[in-house]
Structure formats: C-alpha cells, structure tokens
Design a protein around this ligand. Structure first.
Ligand code: RP5
Length: 173
C-alpha cells in the first residue's frame, strides 16, 4: 500500500466541494492523500485521535478544512507537531471571514498555516511544498507545475485586446 502523505480532514461533509479543489491539485502532482470528516465540535474525540495518530501513520501534513467558527485546524495542531494547513470555507452568515480569523489568529505556540477563503488549490500547493522538503520527486513535479503556469500567463498576453507591452519589456538581466 502506498504511503499516504497528506491527510485532508473536513469539518463537515458539506465542505467536500472544497476538498475536491485540493485533491485535484494533489492528483496532478502525484501526491497520495486521504480524505475524512471529523468535527472539532461534534466529534472532538475523533479529531484528537486522528491528529495523535497522524505521524505514526506516516502523514507529512494535515489539511484541515472548515467553515464558520472553525476550530478544527487549531485543535488538530494542538495534538500533533506535524504542520497543519487550514483551509477556511465560505460557509454561514459571515461567508468564511470567521473561519479565516479563527485559523490565522491562533494563540502563540500552536501555529496553523492558513490559506485564503476557499483557497483549496493553494492549500494543496502549500502542503505539496512541505512534502517536497523530503521528497525530490514531488519537488521536481512542483517545479514543472510552476513553469507550466508561468508559460500560460505569458501566452495569455497574446489574447489582450489593448496594445500590449513588447517582449523586450520582460528582458531578463
Ligand atoms: C463547520 O461548520 C463545517 O466545517 C462547515 O463548514 C460548517 C457547517 O457545517 P454543517 O452544518 O454543514 O455540517 O463545522
């Protein structure tokens, strides 16, 4: 069985569409992952157990996906020293601002690396960079991903309707 490197934990099944954004990127980069549901408020014992077992199960990073008063990433981080990436979801009346603050405003000592609201792709890419620290194959696939992305931006210049800057404007020293 292939070693699972990224554990994606959803606070609710309603967060699944956001996980899909992240898993799409992890698939592209050939990074193995698992997805589960565990709520900091509704199943706190499961959240604690998952975080405590994560390192010995071989996970490198946990991505915690939650909306509203999103305690999930912080509680996960309290029970492991693995890096935890928080992905705030635009749920509830405040549309993710509450979750974003919950994740970024962690008290000193228990860090959570939050991405932007609904930033599923960046959560996966940040997790991939962490995995790449010890996996040269992932590092190389990340490099390729980034080069292809840059190429797309350059090619998009030819679609501009306004007068566009000449090639020499981007001459490298
Ligand atoms: C959070 O509350 C979940 O992460 C979800 O984003 C939000 C709403 O949960 P449900 O009421 O849809 O289960 O715990």
């Amino acid at each position: 069985m292939k070693n699972v490197m990224v554990g994606i934990v959803l606070g609710s099944i309603s967060d699944e569409p956001m996980a899909a954004k992240a898993t799409g990127v992890l698939d592209t980069l050939g990074i193995s992952y698992e997805v589960t549901v565990a709520s900091a408020h509704r199943t706190p014992d499961d959240v604690e157990a998952y975080a405590r077992n994560a390192e010995k199960r071989g996970l490198s990073v946990i991505v915690a996906v939650a909306g509203m008063s999103a305690a999930l990433p912080g509680v996960m981080a309290a029970h492991t020293t693995l890096p935890v990436v928080g992905l705030p979801v635009s749920a509830g009346a405040l549309r993710g601002i509450d979750a974003l603050y919950s994740m970024t405003q962690m008290p000193p000592g228990i860090p959570v690396a939050s991405v932007g609201v609904d930033g599923g792709s960046n959560a996966a890419l940040l997790a991939a960079r962490m995995v790449a620290l010890t996996d040269p194959d992932v590092r190389s696939r990340l490099d390729t991903f980034q080069k292809k992305q840059a190429e797309k931006v350059r090619q998009s210049r030819s679609d501009l309707k306004s007068p566009s800057a000449p090639q020499e404007a981007f001459a490298q020293e």
